[in-house]
Design a protein around this ligand. Structure first.
Ligand code: ADP
Length: 539
């Protein structure tokens, strides 16, 4: 008897999402804020039609299977058209991070061998600085107003065109990590990895999005595919709302209120600013009850979870990486939630949470795999169908994969008995004091729990006696004051004595990366020569 099953060969390719949306959800709205702040309204019906036209037009313009089509764009409907249209033509959407320096963009474009580029008209000043070094064959400007090059390109499509046969192993998208160290590294997603990631993203214990939702990806579509939300929304037919370039707190709040958003997603920086605006004017906006904010990219402090709960809004904490498409884990309360007191519930929600199905995890230290005892720290390693197996054309970074095929995340974590991840640090950000690890993330979160503190970043600074000691840079909330000694008192009941930073520096801002993360390398450089006072007394 045959050992094979009887099921159909059905490739996991993205054209399935397009067909589904055009058949089932043609009337579902897609709303985009334009650079002039007006709102552009369209539907999945129109977006999918235009995506097909884009696929045909690019093919007529010379696109061959596997060719890279770069996008230098904000979040809006035309960007969604590229997400759907380019893979339909067998091309690879390469989303460029518009916050990078021109030299970095030129490097990435060349390294990826991008042939086509679609660029927002408002980003032309940036593009002009990149253009001389980029070597793109065909550039198409996307204008918010009627007409323009992009519309002319779409108009070359006849509708009499059959998309190429796609295989699930074909590349469909590409993204570079923003590279806090070294040169940016490229990850190439396949149709299959993206489809499985899209299915995974929608699960109730992952992002729990569905047809009735209204989804606002504040996270840029160039930052790890806006965490998979555009594809997830198309698959389930959820209304999409795009913020365009207007990412300030008031614009985001206006959009959430006006478009009846039920799920919004972004990095903590954005949500901290939004929370401040809400706290200032708590009654100005009215939202859909149960509005959820998916927060990831860096740790969501517990104080943020509590802050939003006061407004009847719920923070959902997620962890991921560009290398993981990007979803790794999401923190949800389990069936024991009712037995937990308030502090324990918040502590659980502030973790990075349990890995999504199909993502396997382990944490390793020098002695091997660490126990899931919620205490022993180890480097988190992952594997799964939407985790990259290598970087694009990069030999140096091969050591990011273990001999037995796991990806080394570079994040140091503890795991509890249920596999819920608690991230202590990136490997390079841990503070090692007197031979003991100190988690900068834990200290930052506790500092940000103080009512006078807006932001806090903790870095390791060389110390003559202890090797390293933590130094905290603190930004105060407007109109608030607090002394270093008061902050140390605030931390004392929460941590072992040797964790308390002797050095607390007040600053106006904390330097950030293009993805809105603390740029700790800059802080480490700034304080490398820090002189520690008198007798070294942190024992
Ligand atoms: P880059 O490496 O270029 O900054 P990524 O967005 O891929 O770009 O960054 C992934 C890293 O971001 C993770 O390895 C982790 O250190 C950090 N990160 C992501 N989500 C969280 C989170 N919820 N809590 C803490 N750190 C996070």
């Amino acid at each position: 008897m045959s050992s094979l099953g009887t099921m159909m060969e059905f490739p996991l390719t993205l054209d399935h999402l397009l067909v589904r949306a055009e058949r089932m959800f043609p009337a579902v709205p897609v709303v985009s804020r334009l650079p002039d702040r007006s709102l552009h309204r369209t539907t999945y019906g129109a977006v999918t039609k235009r995506a097909r036209a884009l696929a045909e037009a690019l093919t007529r313009a010379g696109l061959r299977k596997g060719d890279r089509v770069a996008t230098l764009m904000w979040n809006h409907a035309a960007h969604l058209e590229t997400y759907l249209g380019v893979p339909l033509a067998g091309g690879v959407v390469h989303t460029l991070n518009l916050r990078l320096a021109p030299e970095e963009l030129a490097y990435i474009i060349q390294h990826a061998a991008d042939r086509f580029l679609l660029v927002d008209e408002v980003l032309l000043p940036l593009w002009e600085k990149v253009r001389p070094r980029a070597g793109i064959e065909k550039v198409v400007v996307v204008s918010a107003a009627q007409g323009g090059e992009y519309e002319a390109l779409l108009a070359t499509a006849t509708g009499r065109w059959t998309p190429p046969q796609l295989s699930e192993g074909d590349a469909c998208g590409m993204c570079y990590t923003s590279g806090t160290t070294g040169m940016p590294k490229g990850v190439v997603y396949t149709h299959r990895s993206t489809m499985l990631h899209t299915l995974g993203a929608t699960l109730a214990d992952v992002l729990a999005v569905r047809h009735a939702d209204v989804i606002l990806p504040v996270v840029p579509m160039f930052h790890a595919n806006a965490w998979g939300l555009p594809y997830a929304a198309v698959m389930i037919g959820a209304k999409l709302v795009f913020p365009g370039p207007a990412l300030d707190a008031e614009s985001v709040l206006d959009l959430m209120a006006r478009e009846r958003v039920t799920v919004a997603a972004g990095v903590p920086t954005v949500w901290l600013a939004v929370l401040e605006a809400l706290d200032r004017e708590p009654t100005r906006w009215s939202f859909v009850p149960g509005l959820r904010m998916i927060v990831g990219g860096s740790a969501a402090p517990e104080s943020m979870l509590r802050g939003y709960d006061r407004h009847g809004m719920t923070v959902v904490h997620a962890w991921g990486m560009t290398e993981m498409s990007p979803l790794g884990s999401v923190s949800h309360l389990g069936p024991d939630a009712d037995t937990l007191d308030e502090a324990a519930r918040y502590a659980q929600r502030a973790r990075q949470g349990r890995p999504s199905p199909l993502v396997e995890i382990r944490a390793m230290n020098e002695s091997g795999e660490v126990p899931w005892d919620d205490h022993t720290m180890g480097e988190l390693q992952v594997r799964g169908p939407w985790v990259t197996a290598r970087y694009h054309e990069n030999e140096e970074a091969k050591d990011r994969w273990t001999a037995d095929g796991w990806f080394r995340t570079g994040d140091v974590v503890t795991l509890d008995s249920t596999g819920s991840i608690k991230l202590a640090d990136r490997t390079k950000d841990l503070v090692k004091s007197g031979g003991e690890w100190i988690s900068s993330v834990d200290l930052e979160n506790a500092l940000m729990g103080h009512p006078a503190v807006k932001e806090a970043a903790v870095v390791a600074v060389p110390h003559p006696r202890w090797g390293e000691r933590p130094l905290a840079t603190v930004v105060l909330r407007q109109g608030r004051t607090v002394t270093a000694a008061e902050l140390q008192e605030w931390l004392r009941p929460k941590f072992a004595k040797f964790w308390i930073p002797e050095a607390i520096v007040f600053a106006e801002t904390i330097p950030r990366t293009s993805a809105g993360k603390f740029r700790k390398s800059e802080l480490r450089e700034r304080y490398a020569g820090w002189t520690w006072p008198g007798p070294t007394s942190s024992s």
